[in-house]
Design a protein around this ligand. Sequence first.
Ligand code: 6MZ
Length: 364
Amino acid sequence: MEEWCLLQPKIELHAHLNGSVRDSTLLELARNLAEKGVLVFADVEHVILKDDRSLVECFKLFDLIHVLTTDHATVTRITKEVVEDFASENVVYVELRTTPKKNAAIGMTKRSYMEAVINGLRSVEAVDVDFIPSKMGQKNSTMNLSTDDMCNGTARKKIYVRLLLSIDRRETTAAAMETVQLALEMRDVGVVGIDLSGNPIIGEWVTFLPALKYAKEQGLLVTLHCGEVPDRKEEVNAMLDFLPQRIGHACFIHGEEWIKLKSSKIPVEICLTSNIRTDRFPSIEYHHFVDLYKSKHPVVLCTDDVGMFSTSLSKEYNLAASAFGLGKEEMFQLARDATEFVFADDDVKKNLREIFDSAEKKFM
Ligand code: 6MZ
């Protein structure tokens, strides 16, 4: 099953750029900064290599990762590597999300950070990357994918990449608005939406609402980290009332809000390993995937942070198969269903449907 999960086409809709960096790259960057006397390698090595982390430790590690990665050249490098890693496990479409960052000391603005990300997409060599929407000038016909392209190992692989700009819950209303404005200006280079993420115990929903409303009015699609920690009844309610196009995690949604989520049919991005590693559930049998899946609620398996949680999308599929007793047919259908929840335009959706249609014979 593991090999089968690796080979089947997959769609990734919840991947944070800086959470998806290879350990080997983080260690190399840490060594470089240690040589410059910025940090002590021995102090950070075990932090990077640690396997199990609480949610609090995750956010401490993100702060360290940001020290290691936040310069233009490194942002370009990690973007390239992350896309190559997803393509290498037959992900045919990835929506990569990242928080545009400022760092005056190195002349970094939110825009220049994002330009470094785009340069990363342009610099991928191992596979063909489609990130410019067809209406913006690049014909998709050049990017039509076939299962043969993906699976026979001789032709070049191709991957669609679209970007979501994340608002960090530490940010102000003005900073969130700046991110939305930037997203609007970057639609021609594949930015399709906005994500609200960051440490879930920080920040208030009302801070981000004006920016999220503006994003929606302007036609950007929105996904929210929702119900990631317990006792956020009011926030969960407000988030569901906002009617985002998708939500992430949804671990702590109960009672009326659970009923509201189910009747809303808002697709849920499920991150099994991330949720288990950060103790959102006592064990995987208690994961809400089971309830959602059984009731045919729209769900998509995702990685969250491949690097942080030492996982991959294939591993997430394999985990779902073994933990919930799903067979190949169910796994293939789960991957194919995600086509309907992507934020890219109808041309891309059509091409993705074709990829799954032509892969069906081989994988089912
Ligand atoms: C909430 C998360 C997250 O944006 O710097 N992020 N936010 N919950 C999670 N689950 C564990 N995993 C990642 O990528 C890293 C940032 O993504 C958000 C956090 O804001 C983190 O700093 P970028 O590329």
